[in-house]
Design a protein around this ligand. Structure first.
Ligand SMILES: Nc1ncnc2c1ncn2[C@@H]1O[C@H](COP(=O)(O)OP(=O)(O)O)[C@@H](O)[C@H]1O
Ligand SMILES: [Mg+2]
Length: 325
């Protein structure tokens, strides 16, 4: 079932000097997907998810979200989806502790008694806020407040969740816990997720599909691995093997998405290295690790150059005939 099915979404802001934030966006998202909306600042990501969450009315276009009409039933949409904005922590009450904020919101989202307590405990635990549950919001870090805001909107247990730059202000540990939570929500609870990011690595890790927004135009929307491979960009994974090891150089087709394997002296001088050229580093890497383990090779160092958002847009915007070479 398509939980999002919209067409022709167009939105302009402002009076006389109007900027087109979105132009004729068509989008279909099936239940159970994790869609990453990727684009640089100002690409229209926030505008698009506000429209899909029923918070903003498009100038043109329409469609359905969770079966409700985007324009005529926006109230029903707002009541059925969660949206966590980058500024969501503004809505926290500073006179209530971390836990009390969640206790306050639980009945608003229809959670009472033991059920509410269990859900709050679970969210505090998963978001790494357990040891801060009795702290005041102004005494925790910006990243922790962002996680609290996320916990608050997840109390609702909606089937469709919009996350606007969910890991933006977080430190490495915060990024890890939020990404794990997003993956669990999707895999264990079947929640459909639409998130925005300008970090390609995040989209590759979390998203089953990716939509590329550039200047308000949705230029591509594909399954993540298919999109990455279609960019046709070969990138190296360099594995340095401990001195004294010998290795029969494996064929490229031992690894998914690999195009060739080269053996050469390690960059530092001593020992041996393999460079595996890949069109999809996240797909190739586990097979390389498994190969090293199976061959009993001691890996000294493994490095890879992942795609950046700039790479993706540069490659995706490339003329078609260049691909065919
Ligand atoms: N409330 C607003 N008033 C006027 N212009 C806006 C408003 N919100 C966004 N814009 C403009 O619309 C475009 C898209 O913005 P936005 O959807 O926030 O992009 P993103 O989330 O990808 O950074 C930008 O050019 C931005 O300056
Ligand atoms: Mg934005």
């Amino acid at each position: 079932m398509a939980v999002i099915d919209v067409a022709g979404l167009t939105k302009k802001y402002g009076g006389r000097r109007q900027t087109a934030a979105l132009t004729s966006v068509n989008l279909r998202v099936q239940e159970g997907a994790v869609l990453g909306l990727l684009g640089e600042n100002g690409a229209g990501k926030t505008t698009l998810i506000k429209i899909l969450a029923g918070l903003l009315v498009p100038d043109l276009g329409g469609g359905r979200v969770l079966g409700f009409d985007l324009v005529r039933e926006s109230r029903a949409i707002r009541a059925s989806v969660s949206l966590v904005a980058p500024t969501a922590d503004v809505g926290l009450d500073n006179n209530l502790t971390v836990r009390q904020n969640l206790v306050f919101w639980a009945p608003i989202y229809g959670l009472y008694g033991a059920h509410a307590r269990r859900r709050i405990d679970e969210l505090l635990e998963r978001l790494g806020l357990r040891d801060k549950e009795h702290a005041w919001p102004m005494h925790i870090s910006a990243g922790q407040r962002q996680r609290l805001a996320l916990a608050r909107s997840l109390l609702a247990e909606n089937r469709l969740v919009f996350l606007d730059e969910p890991t933006n202000k977080l430190d490495a540990e915060g990024v890890r816990s939020v990404r794990t939570l997003i993956a669990d929500l999707n895999r264990q609870h079947g929640v459909t997720i639409v998130l925005t990011t300008h970090v390609m690595e995040e989209a590759e890790e979390l998203c089953t599909e990716i939509a590329l927004l550039h200047a308000g135009i949705l230029i591509r929307h594909e399954e993540t691995r298919a999109l990455v491979r279609s960019l046709n960009e070969e990138r190296p994974i360099v594995v340095e093997i401990a001195e004294g090891s010998s290795v029969a150089v494996p064929l490229a087709d031992s690894f998914p998405a690999a195009v060739r394997v080269e053996a050469h002296p390690a960059p530092g001088g001593s020992g041996l290295a393999l460079t595996i050229w890949s069109r999809d580093i996240p797909a190739t890497t586990p097979a390389v690790v498994e190969f090293m383990r199976r061959e009993g090779l001691e890996v000294r160092r493994m490095t890879s150059e992942r795609l950046t958002l700039d790479d993706v847009f540069r490659l995706a915007a490339r003329p078609v005939e260049e691909d065919a070479r």
